[in-house]
Design a protein around this ligand. Structure first.
Ligand code: FES
Ligand code: FE
Length: 382
Protein backbone atom coordinates (compact mmCIF):
# COMPACT_ATOMS: atom_id res chain seq x y z
CA UNK A 1 0.00 0.00 0.00
CA UNK A 2 1.36 3.39 -0.97
CA UNK A 3 1.63 5.83 1.87
CA UNK A 4 3.01 8.83 0.02
CA UNK A 5 0.88 10.81 -2.40
CA UNK A 6 2.43 10.91 -5.84
CA UNK A 7 2.62 14.71 -5.98
CA UNK A 8 5.28 14.74 -3.27
CA UNK A 9 7.30 11.89 -4.72
CA UNK A 10 10.71 12.74 -5.90
CA UNK A 11 13.11 10.86 -8.11
CA UNK A 12 12.97 9.70 -11.65
CA UNK A 13 9.80 7.58 -11.78
CA UNK A 14 7.98 8.32 -15.02
CA UNK A 15 4.70 10.20 -14.74
CA UNK A 16 2.91 7.92 -17.17
CA UNK A 17 2.93 4.15 -16.89
CA UNK A 18 1.13 1.65 -19.14
CA UNK A 19 -2.31 0.17 -18.61
CA UNK A 20 -3.33 -3.29 -19.73
CA UNK A 21 -3.73 -3.59 -23.52
CA UNK A 22 -7.21 -3.05 -24.96
CA UNK A 23 -7.92 -6.71 -25.81
CA UNK A 24 -7.76 -7.57 -22.08
CA UNK A 25 -11.14 -5.83 -21.84
CA UNK A 26 -12.76 -7.29 -24.94
CA UNK A 27 -11.33 -10.71 -25.80
CA UNK A 28 -13.71 -13.56 -24.90
CA UNK A 29 -10.72 -15.91 -24.55
CA UNK A 30 -9.20 -13.68 -21.87
CA UNK A 31 -12.58 -13.43 -20.14
CA UNK A 32 -12.82 -17.25 -20.16
CA UNK A 33 -9.39 -17.43 -18.53
CA UNK A 34 -10.50 -14.89 -15.92
CA UNK A 35 -13.54 -17.02 -15.16
CA UNK A 36 -11.34 -20.03 -14.56
CA UNK A 37 -8.44 -18.44 -12.73
CA UNK A 38 -10.12 -15.56 -10.91
CA UNK A 39 -13.87 -15.97 -10.35
CA UNK A 40 -13.82 -19.78 -10.02
CA UNK A 41 -10.61 -19.80 -7.99
CA UNK A 42 -11.06 -17.05 -5.40
CA UNK A 43 -13.67 -16.21 -2.76
CA UNK A 44 -16.68 -14.68 -4.50
CA UNK A 45 -19.27 -12.68 -2.55
CA UNK A 46 -22.48 -14.25 -3.81
CA UNK A 47 -25.58 -13.78 -1.70
CA UNK A 48 -26.74 -11.70 1.24
CA UNK A 49 -27.61 -14.14 4.02
CA UNK A 50 -30.80 -12.28 5.00
CA UNK A 51 -32.12 -12.84 1.46
CA UNK A 52 -32.50 -16.48 2.48
CA UNK A 53 -35.07 -16.13 5.21
CA UNK A 54 -35.26 -19.69 6.51
CA UNK A 55 -34.79 -23.40 5.76
CA UNK A 56 -35.55 -24.20 2.14
CA UNK A 57 -35.15 -20.65 0.84
CA UNK A 58 -32.72 -20.65 -2.08
CA UNK A 59 -30.94 -18.42 -4.53
CA UNK A 60 -29.08 -19.35 -7.65
CA UNK A 61 -26.06 -17.35 -8.61
CA UNK A 62 -23.57 -17.53 -11.45
CA UNK A 63 -19.92 -17.77 -10.49
CA UNK A 64 -17.62 -17.95 -13.45
CA UNK A 65 -19.14 -20.56 -15.73
CA UNK A 66 -21.06 -22.37 -13.00
CA UNK A 67 -24.54 -21.98 -11.59
CA UNK A 68 -24.45 -22.29 -7.80
CA UNK A 69 -27.40 -22.99 -5.53
CA UNK A 70 -27.31 -21.37 -2.09
CA UNK A 71 -29.86 -22.48 0.48
CA UNK A 72 -30.47 -22.91 4.20
CA UNK A 73 -30.61 -26.36 5.75
CA UNK A 74 -33.07 -27.39 8.46
CA UNK A 75 -30.78 -25.97 11.14
CA UNK A 76 -30.85 -22.61 9.37
CA UNK A 77 -27.23 -22.88 8.21
CA UNK A 78 -26.24 -21.67 4.77
CA UNK A 79 -25.22 -24.34 2.26
CA UNK A 80 -24.00 -24.03 -1.31
CA UNK A 81 -23.94 -26.64 -4.08
CA UNK A 82 -23.32 -26.76 -7.79
CA UNK A 83 -26.78 -26.40 -9.34
CA UNK A 84 -26.41 -29.65 -11.29
CA UNK A 85 -28.27 -32.90 -10.72
CA UNK A 86 -25.87 -35.81 -10.15
CA UNK A 87 -27.98 -38.12 -12.33
CA UNK A 88 -27.95 -36.79 -15.87
CA UNK A 89 -26.98 -33.23 -15.15
CA UNK A 90 -30.25 -31.30 -15.31
CA UNK A 91 -30.22 -27.88 -13.67
CA UNK A 92 -31.90 -28.37 -10.34
CA UNK A 93 -33.32 -24.87 -9.84
CA UNK A 94 -33.88 -22.60 -12.80
CA UNK A 95 -35.34 -19.67 -10.85
CA UNK A 96 -33.14 -16.92 -9.41
CA UNK A 97 -34.76 -17.38 -6.03
CA UNK A 98 -37.49 -19.38 -4.39
CA UNK A 99 -38.32 -21.71 -1.58
CA UNK A 100 -38.67 -25.48 -1.31
CA UNK A 101 -40.55 -27.11 1.51
CA UNK A 102 -38.18 -29.86 2.62
CA UNK A 103 -36.03 -31.10 -0.21
CA UNK A 104 -34.58 -30.23 -3.56
CA UNK A 105 -36.09 -32.40 -6.26
CA UNK A 106 -34.81 -32.58 -9.81
CA UNK A 107 -37.68 -31.99 -12.24
CA UNK A 108 -36.29 -34.50 -14.76
CA UNK A 109 -36.37 -37.98 -13.07
CA UNK A 110 -37.12 -36.84 -9.51
CA UNK A 111 -33.80 -37.52 -7.82
CA UNK A 112 -34.32 -35.83 -4.48
CA UNK A 113 -31.71 -34.22 -2.22
CA UNK A 114 -32.05 -32.96 1.34
CA UNK A 115 -30.99 -29.43 2.22
CA UNK A 116 -27.51 -30.71 3.13
CA UNK A 117 -27.18 -32.09 -0.40
CA UNK A 118 -27.53 -35.82 0.40
CA UNK A 119 -29.37 -37.98 -2.11
CA UNK A 120 -32.40 -39.17 -0.16
CA UNK A 121 -34.78 -40.49 -2.78
CA UNK A 122 -34.97 -41.49 -6.42
CA UNK A 123 -37.32 -43.74 -8.34
CA UNK A 124 -36.25 -47.36 -7.63
CA UNK A 125 -33.43 -46.27 -5.33
CA UNK A 126 -34.21 -49.14 -2.92
CA UNK A 127 -33.37 -51.54 -5.71
CA UNK A 128 -29.94 -49.93 -6.08
CA UNK A 129 -28.40 -50.59 -2.65
CA UNK A 130 -24.88 -50.03 -3.92
CA UNK A 131 -25.54 -46.32 -4.61
CA UNK A 132 -23.72 -44.19 -2.04
CA UNK A 133 -26.13 -41.40 -1.15
CA UNK A 134 -23.39 -39.06 -0.01
CA UNK A 135 -21.12 -39.69 -2.98
CA UNK A 136 -24.07 -39.03 -5.30
CA UNK A 137 -25.21 -36.04 -3.31
CA UNK A 138 -24.99 -32.52 -4.64
CA UNK A 139 -21.44 -31.27 -5.06
CA UNK A 140 -20.80 -28.83 -2.19
CA UNK A 141 -19.17 -25.43 -2.66
CA UNK A 142 -16.98 -23.86 0.05
CA UNK A 143 -18.85 -21.19 1.96
CA UNK A 144 -17.83 -18.57 4.51
CA UNK A 145 -19.99 -15.83 6.00
CA UNK A 146 -18.69 -12.30 6.48
CA UNK A 147 -20.45 -8.93 6.68
CA UNK A 148 -23.76 -10.81 6.45
CA UNK A 149 -22.95 -12.27 3.02
CA UNK A 150 -22.19 -15.79 1.81
CA UNK A 151 -18.74 -15.86 0.19
CA UNK A 152 -18.28 -18.93 -2.00
CA UNK A 153 -15.24 -20.57 -3.51
CA UNK A 154 -15.36 -23.15 -6.27
CA UNK A 155 -11.70 -24.12 -5.93
CA UNK A 156 -11.06 -27.53 -4.42
CA UNK A 157 -8.58 -25.91 -2.09
CA UNK A 158 -9.64 -22.32 -1.53
CA UNK A 159 -7.10 -19.63 -0.80
CA UNK A 160 -6.96 -18.35 2.77
CA UNK A 161 -10.14 -16.36 3.46
CA UNK A 162 -8.25 -14.50 6.16
CA UNK A 163 -5.53 -13.37 3.77
CA UNK A 164 -7.49 -12.71 0.61
CA UNK A 165 -10.80 -11.32 1.93
CA UNK A 166 -10.36 -10.11 5.51
CA UNK A 167 -6.82 -9.08 4.55
CA UNK A 168 -8.15 -6.54 2.03
CA UNK A 169 -9.91 -4.63 4.81
CA UNK A 170 -6.85 -4.83 7.03
CA UNK A 171 -4.62 -3.59 4.23
CA UNK A 172 -6.87 -0.61 3.62
CA UNK A 173 -7.90 0.28 7.18
CA UNK A 174 -4.79 -0.82 9.07
CA UNK A 175 -6.50 -3.33 11.35
CA UNK A 176 -9.30 -5.89 11.45
CA UNK A 177 -11.34 -4.13 14.15
CA UNK A 178 -12.12 -1.00 12.11
CA UNK A 179 -14.54 -2.67 9.71
CA UNK A 180 -16.00 -4.93 12.41
CA UNK A 181 -17.15 -1.85 14.33
CA UNK A 182 -19.80 -1.19 11.67
CA UNK A 183 -21.37 -4.58 12.53
CA UNK A 184 -22.42 -4.89 8.92
CA UNK A 185 -23.81 -8.38 9.46
CA UNK A 186 -26.42 -6.94 11.84
CA UNK A 187 -27.55 -4.14 9.51
CA UNK A 188 -30.78 -4.22 7.53
CA UNK A 189 -31.26 -3.70 3.82
CA UNK A 190 -32.58 -0.21 3.17
CA UNK A 191 -32.34 -0.33 -0.59
CA UNK A 192 -30.91 -2.52 -3.35
CA UNK A 193 -30.29 -1.30 -6.87
CA UNK A 194 -29.06 -3.56 -9.66
CA UNK A 195 -27.07 -2.00 -12.48
CA UNK A 196 -26.54 -3.77 -15.79
CA UNK A 197 -23.27 -2.22 -16.93
CA UNK A 198 -22.05 -2.65 -20.50
CA UNK A 199 -18.41 -2.68 -19.52
CA UNK A 200 -15.67 -5.09 -18.55
CA UNK A 201 -15.44 -5.80 -14.81
CA UNK A 202 -11.84 -4.53 -14.68
CA UNK A 203 -12.87 -1.09 -15.90
CA UNK A 204 -15.27 -0.95 -12.96
CA UNK A 205 -12.58 -2.02 -10.48
CA UNK A 206 -10.08 0.46 -11.90
CA UNK A 207 -12.62 3.25 -11.71
CA UNK A 208 -13.43 2.41 -8.11
CA UNK A 209 -9.74 2.40 -7.20
CA UNK A 210 -8.94 5.89 -8.45
CA UNK A 211 -10.13 9.33 -7.55
CA UNK A 212 -8.65 11.26 -10.49
CA UNK A 213 -12.13 11.32 -12.02
CA UNK A 214 -13.98 12.55 -8.92
CA UNK A 215 -13.64 16.28 -9.61
CA UNK A 216 -14.90 15.77 -13.17
CA UNK A 217 -17.87 13.47 -12.77
CA UNK A 218 -18.92 13.45 -9.09
CA UNK A 219 -20.08 16.99 -8.17
CA UNK A 220 -22.34 15.80 -5.35
CA UNK A 221 -19.71 13.51 -3.81
CA UNK A 222 -16.95 16.12 -3.86
CA UNK A 223 -19.30 18.59 -2.13
CA UNK A 224 -19.48 16.18 0.80
CA UNK A 225 -15.86 14.94 0.54
CA UNK A 226 -13.83 17.97 -0.64
CA UNK A 227 -10.51 16.12 -0.50
CA UNK A 228 -11.78 13.85 -3.29
CA UNK A 229 -11.65 16.85 -5.60
CA UNK A 230 -7.86 16.76 -5.20
CA UNK A 231 -7.90 13.47 -7.06
CA UNK A 232 -5.60 11.33 -4.99
CA UNK A 233 -6.29 11.79 -1.32
CA UNK A 234 -7.91 8.95 0.51
CA UNK A 235 -6.61 5.79 -1.05
CA UNK A 236 -2.97 6.69 -0.45
CA UNK A 237 -3.00 6.50 3.31
CA UNK A 238 -3.59 3.28 5.22
CA UNK A 239 -6.38 3.89 7.69
CA UNK A 240 -7.32 7.28 6.29
CA UNK A 241 -10.97 8.08 5.75
CA UNK A 242 -11.98 11.09 3.67
CA UNK A 243 -13.35 13.78 5.97
CA UNK A 244 -16.80 15.27 5.46
CA UNK A 245 -17.00 18.96 4.51
CA UNK A 246 -17.61 21.14 7.61
CA UNK A 247 -21.03 22.18 6.31
CA UNK A 248 -22.15 18.61 5.47
CA UNK A 249 -24.53 17.31 8.11
CA UNK A 250 -24.63 13.82 6.66
CA UNK A 251 -23.63 11.58 3.75
CA UNK A 252 -26.63 12.56 1.65
CA UNK A 253 -27.13 14.00 -1.80
CA UNK A 254 -27.70 17.52 -0.47
CA UNK A 255 -25.59 17.34 2.69
CA UNK A 256 -28.65 17.13 4.93
CA UNK A 257 -28.57 14.93 8.03
CA UNK A 258 -28.70 11.17 7.53
CA UNK A 259 -30.46 8.68 9.78
CA UNK A 260 -27.90 8.91 12.59
CA UNK A 261 -24.54 7.44 13.49
CA UNK A 262 -24.23 3.69 14.00
CA UNK A 263 -23.73 3.23 17.75
CA UNK A 264 -20.76 0.88 17.56
CA UNK A 265 -18.34 2.90 15.40
CA UNK A 266 -15.41 4.78 16.96
CA UNK A 267 -15.36 8.56 17.33
CA UNK A 268 -12.57 8.81 14.79
CA UNK A 269 -14.79 7.00 12.24
CA UNK A 270 -17.51 9.63 12.55
CA UNK A 271 -17.77 12.08 9.63
CA UNK A 272 -15.40 9.91 7.59
CA UNK A 273 -15.76 7.84 4.44
CA UNK A 274 -13.73 4.68 3.85
CA UNK A 275 -13.68 2.65 0.64
CA UNK A 276 -12.33 -0.87 0.41
CA UNK A 277 -11.84 -3.06 -2.65
CA UNK A 278 -11.99 -6.79 -1.99
CA UNK A 279 -10.69 -8.37 -5.16
CA UNK A 280 -12.04 -9.54 -7.43
CA UNK A 281 -15.63 -8.28 -7.27
CA UNK A 282 -16.55 -6.42 -4.08
CA UNK A 283 -16.47 -2.79 -3.00
CA UNK A 284 -17.36 -1.75 0.53
CA UNK A 285 -18.05 1.86 1.50
CA UNK A 286 -18.26 2.77 5.16
CA UNK A 287 -19.89 5.99 6.34
CA UNK A 288 -21.07 6.82 9.87
CA UNK A 289 -24.72 5.89 9.39
CA UNK A 290 -24.65 3.17 6.75
CA UNK A 291 -22.62 0.69 4.74
CA UNK A 292 -22.80 0.38 0.97
CA UNK A 293 -21.74 -2.96 -0.47
CA UNK A 294 -21.34 -3.62 -4.19
CA UNK A 295 -21.17 -7.14 -5.60
CA UNK A 296 -20.16 -7.52 -9.22
CA UNK A 297 -21.27 -10.40 -11.42
CA UNK A 298 -19.14 -10.41 -14.58
CA UNK A 299 -21.29 -11.99 -17.31
CA UNK A 300 -19.23 -11.32 -20.43
CA UNK A 301 -16.11 -9.43 -21.47
CA UNK A 302 -18.27 -6.36 -22.03
CA UNK A 303 -21.06 -6.87 -19.50
CA UNK A 304 -21.13 -6.79 -15.70
CA UNK A 305 -24.13 -6.78 -13.42
CA UNK A 306 -23.54 -4.84 -10.21
CA UNK A 307 -25.81 -5.34 -7.23
CA UNK A 308 -25.53 -2.51 -4.72
CA UNK A 309 -26.94 -2.77 -1.19
CA UNK A 310 -27.47 0.18 1.17
CA UNK A 311 -27.42 -1.18 4.74
CA UNK A 312 -28.71 0.70 7.79
CA UNK A 313 -29.33 0.07 11.47
CA UNK A 314 -32.30 -2.32 11.71
CA UNK A 315 -34.42 0.16 13.68
CA UNK A 316 -33.91 2.81 10.97
CA UNK A 317 -35.34 0.47 8.34
CA UNK A 318 -38.04 -0.83 10.70
CA UNK A 319 -39.38 2.64 11.45
CA UNK A 320 -39.60 3.41 7.74
CA UNK A 321 -37.14 6.32 7.86
CA UNK A 322 -36.92 8.32 4.66
CA UNK A 323 -33.67 7.12 3.12
CA UNK A 324 -34.13 8.72 -0.28
CA UNK A 325 -31.46 11.43 0.09
CA UNK A 326 -29.06 9.01 1.72
CA UNK A 327 -29.42 6.44 -1.07
CA UNK A 328 -29.47 9.06 -3.82
CA UNK A 329 -25.90 10.24 -3.17
CA UNK A 330 -24.19 6.96 -3.96
CA UNK A 331 -26.79 5.99 -6.55
CA UNK A 332 -25.71 9.08 -8.46
CA UNK A 333 -22.05 8.19 -7.94
CA UNK A 334 -22.77 4.70 -9.28
CA UNK A 335 -24.63 6.05 -12.31
CA UNK A 336 -21.81 8.52 -13.01
CA UNK A 337 -19.14 5.85 -12.62
CA UNK A 338 -20.90 3.24 -14.74
CA UNK A 339 -21.59 5.75 -17.48
CA UNK A 340 -17.86 6.53 -17.54
CA UNK A 341 -17.05 2.81 -17.74
CA UNK A 342 -19.54 2.31 -20.58
CA UNK A 343 -18.03 5.29 -22.36
CA UNK A 344 -14.61 3.67 -22.04
CA UNK A 345 -15.54 0.13 -23.11
CA UNK A 346 -15.83 0.80 -26.89
CA UNK A 347 -12.39 2.44 -26.84
CA UNK A 348 -10.88 -0.84 -25.68
CA UNK A 349 -11.57 -2.25 -29.16
CA UNK A 350 -9.95 0.68 -30.93
CA UNK A 351 -6.65 0.21 -32.72
CA UNK A 352 -5.27 3.15 -30.77
CA UNK A 353 -5.75 1.20 -27.55
CA UNK A 354 -4.30 -2.08 -28.86
CA UNK A 355 -1.21 -1.55 -26.70
CA UNK A 356 -3.22 0.14 -23.95
CA UNK A 357 -3.27 3.63 -22.50
CA UNK A 358 -1.53 5.26 -19.58
CA UNK A 359 -1.94 5.85 -15.88
CA UNK A 360 -1.05 9.22 -14.36
CA UNK A 361 0.80 9.22 -11.00
CA UNK A 362 -2.36 9.41 -8.88
CA UNK A 363 -3.52 6.25 -10.66
CA UNK A 364 -0.26 4.31 -10.42
CA UNK A 365 -1.71 2.01 -7.76
CA UNK A 366 -4.03 0.62 -10.47
CA UNK A 367 -0.84 -0.87 -11.90
CA UNK A 368 -0.75 -3.14 -8.85
CA UNK A 369 -4.21 -4.40 -9.79
CA UNK A 370 -3.07 -4.96 -13.38
CA UNK A 371 -0.06 -6.87 -12.11
CA UNK A 372 -2.36 -9.00 -9.92
CA UNK A 373 -4.64 -9.82 -12.87
CA UNK A 374 -1.68 -10.64 -15.11
CA UNK A 375 -0.17 -12.94 -12.48
CA UNK A 376 -3.48 -14.77 -11.99
CA UNK A 377 -3.83 -15.38 -15.71
CA UNK A 378 -0.22 -16.45 -16.23
CA UNK A 379 0.37 -20.11 -16.98
CA UNK A 380 0.60 -22.11 -13.83
CA UNK A 381 1.26 -25.80 -13.48
CA UNK A 382 -1.85 -27.88 -12.89
FE1 FES B 1 -31.95 -35.08 -12.44
FE2 FES B 1 -32.38 -37.24 -13.87
S1 FES B 1 -31.24 -35.48 -14.38
S2 FES B 1 -33.13 -36.79 -11.91
FE1 FE C 1 -16.27 7.39 -9.06
Amino acid sequence: MTTTPPSVRSGTAPSLISTLPGPCYTDPAIFALEQERIFESLWFCAVRGADLAGPGAFRTVRIGRESVLVTRNRKGELRAFLNVCRHRGARLCTEESGEVRRNLQCPYHAWTYDLDGRLIAAPNLVRMPDVDRVAYGLRPVHLREWLGYAWLCLAEEPPSFEDTVLGAAVERLGDAASIERYRTEELALGRRITYDVRANWKLIVENFMECYHCATIHPELTEILPEFAEGFAAQYYVGHGAEFAPEARGFTVDGSAGPGRLPSIADEQDRRYYAITVKPTVFVNLVPDHVILHRMFPLAADRTVVECDWLYAPEVVARGADLAKSVELFHRVNAQDFEACERTQPGMSSRVYREGGVLVPSEHHIGTFHHWVTERLADRPG
